[in-house]
Design a protein around this ligand. Structure first.
Ligand code: FES
Length: 566
């Protein structure tokens, strides 16, 4: 296979001319002939003023470039789409697949022998992994790293679990405007990704567990100098991979490493979003992610880290305690140590090089876990024939078996319009239902599933209720919340047929979510159901025409691993 500048030439029907022209343009950029003979390491930059989590990307790019040059290759920086959770309407999820396509196409069509992908904020990491798998170019992941905590008065604060906690307390009238305003500037105290085990940190951990990241890269805080040294080492390693032609993502990520990822996810009590992203990553390899296996691994894997939202600490505590390598060592017998990594060694060999010490207060021993397991459980039933997810580790245990009447919100606009209506006939016993908020319905499956407790109940002291939807929720959120109901309402899932007052039974121990309505009545409702109007043009149209349901990872059907046949 051709390498360096000779690879992926522009098709003029004359390869020598294409190379002659390419070199002429690079000479115009100041490169001499000797530089142009080296292997090329692309550096995918996601710097963007719309992505404050990635404000350190330019310094990481410099560090990666240094490492690439030190190892004798040529670094070429290029930009891709960048996604920040707070800057995309209605949700970054609608653009995850577009970013994956951007990454795949730029890797597959530029003369890139290897790449360092710099991601961080929630959807950027899965998008980059998905794109890298499909392009199958040797790839090393570097994340920007988590923020450090701030303080306000007597509280230690970090995004976004504390953002949500303080907002809920303010809605409930427990803290005043002045306290909220005082805390505001201390919630996100540095550049980097959210300070807790939300989606960004969970996905970073997935990249490391899958073998795509150098050991220990998950948790180094964004502003620590070690983060720059890690990036430089990633650049050096990518240069070696560029020269060697591998390993490629398809050689690193296997069914075994995906099982390792699910085990780590459960032990972290990580983000529910991660299940969708892992399903999409697996789909790119043609390995279906079995939700029942996700559930079974969860039953057998204790939650070991004391980090929010399921514990008390923050990512910097996890890092100081030994980080992901220490957690993986705890999970030793449960992980396949023979899984490959981009470092050219197995996961087991990589872990053997890390210190044995860890702080047992933050990374708990198997005999003294945060919870016995079942961090993320899969429920099925008449309301969720293809499954739904509940983060049991962050829920109220007393609500894990609950039957109550439905209070239905027909979409996010309806929810916003009525949830705080003082005349809403809602009680703490109700099951709050949000629908038409899934991949097709919203479209883009926003993180609206953490339905707020109606203000009048919050002010009366209600902290949690059973809430169900076809939406997602932030990895930083908590509560007795069933998400990702599949099939979603917009494609005619049974969620579309629920009416106010219908009885709903959630029984997590039995893994059931059922609508207690007779079959003949359901058939009558189904016959009268009308599908919603969907977007008529542009990317939104492409999205709703091709996005798969949550249990399949919400990837586009045409981006799955190539199959034989028409
Ligand atoms: Fe970027 Fe949380 S908003 S990681």
């Amino acid at each position: 296979m051709k390498k360096g500048l000779r690879s992926r030439l522009t098709s003029y029907g004359d390869e020598e001319f294409a190379l002659f022209l390419r070199r002429a343009f690079l000479k115009s950029a100041g490169y001499d002939d000797s530089a142009l003979d080296r292997p090329i390491v692309g550096i995918a930059s996601t710097a963007s003023d719309f992505n404050p989590c990635h404000a350190t990307v330019p310094r990481l790019v410099e560090a990666v470039s240094r490492g690439v040059r030190d190892a004798g290759a040529l670094p070429f920086v290029f930009s891709t789409i960048s996604l920040h959770e707070s800057f995309i309407h209605p949700s970054t999820m609608i653009l995850r697949n577009l970013m994956a396509m951007d990454t795949e196409e730029m890797l597959g069509r530029q003369p890139v022998d290897a790449v360092v992908l710099i991601g961080g904020c929630d959807k950027t990491v899965p998008a980059q992994i998905m794109g890298a798998i499909s392009a199958d170019v040797p790839s090393v992941m570097v994340v920007v790293g988590p923020t450090v905590t701030g303080r306000y008065q007597d509280e230690r604060l970090g995004a976004c679990s504390d953002c949500r906690r303080l907002w809920a307390a303010h809605r409930a009238g427990e803290i005043d405007d002045a306290k909220l305003a005082g805390a505001h500037g201390n919630l996100v105290s540095s550049h980097g990704t959210c300070t807790i085990m939300g989606t960004a940190s969970t996905m970073a951990a997935m990249a490391e567990t899958l073998g795509l990241m150098l050991t220990g890269g998950t948790s180094i805080p964004a502003v620590h100098s070690a983060r720059l040294r890690h990036a430089e080492a990633a650049g050096r390693r990518a240069a070696e991979m560029a020269a060697a032609g591998g390993p490629r993502p398809s050689e690193v990520i296997t069914a075994a490493s995906l099982r390792n990822a699910v085990t780590v996810l459960q032990a972290l009590g990580g983000s529910t979003n991660c299940i969708i992203h892992l399903a999409a990553i697996a789909g790119r390899l043609g390995i279906p992610l079995d939700l029942d296996e996700v559930d079974a691994i969860g039953r057998d894997t204790p939650v070991l880290i004391d980090v929010k939202p399921v514990g008390k600490g923050y990512m910097e505590d996890f890092h100081g305690a030994g980080g992901l390598p220490a957690l993986m060592k705890r999970l030793d017998g449960r992980l396949d140590r023979s899984a490959a990594t981009v470092m050219g060694c197995t996961l087991g060999e990589a872990l053997a090089r890390t210190p044995d010490w860890s702080d047992e207060k933050v990374i708990r021993p198997l005999a003294d876990p945060i919870s016995h397991g079942e961090a993320l459980a899969i429920v099925r039933g008449t309301l969720a024939p293809d499954g739904a997810v509940i983060k049991r580790a962050a829920a109220t245990q007393a609500l894990m078996r609950h039957e109550g009447p439905a209070m239905v919100f027909d979409d996010i606009a309806d929810l916003m319009a009525r949830i705080d209506d003082p005349d809403l006939p809602v009680t703490a016993d109700h099951v709050l239902v949000l629908r038409y908020a899934g991949p097709v319905g919203a479209p883009g499956m926003p993180e609206a599933g953490g339905i707020p407790i109606p203000r009048k109940l919050a002010r009366a002291g209600v902290k949690d209720m059973v809430r169900i939807s076809d939406a997602r929720m932030s990895g930083t959120a908590s509560g007795s919340i069933v998400l990702h109901i599949a099939p979603e309402a917009a494609v005619g899932g049974p969620l579309a047929l629920v009416r106010d007052g219908d009885r709903i039974l959630l029984d997590v121990a039995a893994r059931r979510l059922d609508l207690l309505v007779a079959a003949d009545e359901m058939a009558r409702r189904r016959a009268a159901w009308q599908p919603p109007r969907l977007p008529g043009r542009g990317y939104a149209r492409l999205y709703v025409d091709h996005v798969m349901q949550a249990d399949k990872g919400c990837d586009f059907d045409f981006l799955q691993a190539e199959r034989e046949g028409p």
